[in-house]
Design a protein around this ligand. Sequence first.
Ligand SMILES: *Cc1c(COP(=O)(O)O)cnc(C)c1O
Length: 430
Amino acid sequence: MSKPNAAEPAWLSEGLPHIWLPYAQMKTMTRPIAAKATRGARIVLEDGRELVDGISSWWTAVHGYNHPALLEAARAQLERMPHVMLGGLANEPAYRLAAKLAEIAPKDAARKLDRVFFSESGSVSVEAAMKMAIQYQAQTGHPERTRFVAFVDGYHGDTFGAMSACDPDTKMHAMFSGGMPHQHIVALPDTPEREAALGRLLASSGDIAGVMVEPLIQGAGGMKMHEAETLRAIRRICDAHGALMIADEIFSGLGRTGAMFACTAAGVVPDIMTLSKALTGGVAPLSATIAAKHVFDAFWSDDIDRRFTHGPTYSGHALGCAIALASLKLFEDESRLDQVKVLETKLEAGLRPLAALAQVADVRVKGAVGAVELRRLDDVEGMRRRFIEAGVFIRPIGRVVYLTPPYVIGDADLEHLLNAVAAEIVAAPA
Ligand SMILES: *Cc1c(COP(=O)(O)O)cnc(C)c1O
């Protein structure tokens, strides 16, 4: 690991031998840099420098950091009642948030997502979705439907069920494949031939409970984008073969692709949808699994054994739900989606010209996501360090250098990000 920098605080050097960091090879990684404070699109470091944040703390801080409305909602809820459990007791923020999410979730004449189950992380909301689908199938006469179809380049989380639905080729979870349920991981149905092949798979296997997809954009898989028609193909196939469509909107939801939900933009209503990441604007951990009425109806019974058997301790966390309500209100009060539209044109203008370079394989922009895929990227750690030196916080995934800034980022900060990306891309080897 790199040497401590001069201004490193004692808590970092004293804690580093004891903390186990996520997805890090701790022996060879670049030393983490101490953050002291945040505001807007900036991270203030212990040594006094400021970084413009290009990725919003794993895509969560969509309103920028320390938005006064979120801090105020947190403070007020904290003083009144941080949390009471959902078993036997009701807390106002969880009930209000459930009603609000049901109001804004995708709907059409055939389906309405209107029943909200709360967890505290994205992965767990995916587990809940998968368990709901399996139990729904069993309770509607299809106990043999216990498996899932998911897609190449997909990522759905790190717990066992969620892992089993990830693209195994990323090697993130290869170590655990022996203990994982086996799912069908196939190409997205983005051509008529692939749609037909997916239909044949569902028809022949007969054991598919649901089809899980990250709508319009596969985030952790490298900001891969597909057309709305691909989602409509998945909806058609699920309808034809009795599988539930599960839309994992943990990344794509809450404005990131330009609409409140990617499914809404695509005119598709899934049977189950998961949300997390930006749900509290990056302030507290919270996730939701939202089921359509016909799914919930399969659990509604006089028979106790037909209830949904899942229940996180912190389900419906009052503090988190209060912040999420304030976050959803900001989308309305501060016209977030309009800001995302403007951001999209600026990302497009800043990144698209890079597509002409020989070392660039592809440039992709949708909503508040801009990605430049290089043909090769050998020294990711070096690039990360140079970004810090340039005053920005950007972390490439594989060969993909991407920006997912807070929706509220100002022009000067955005230009700083775009210039830093352009400088790295231009200097990259072909
Ligand atoms: C991040 C992510 C998850 C997992 O969420 P965690 O909160 O990290 O468990 C699942 N699905 C998608 C699409 C994600 O982007």
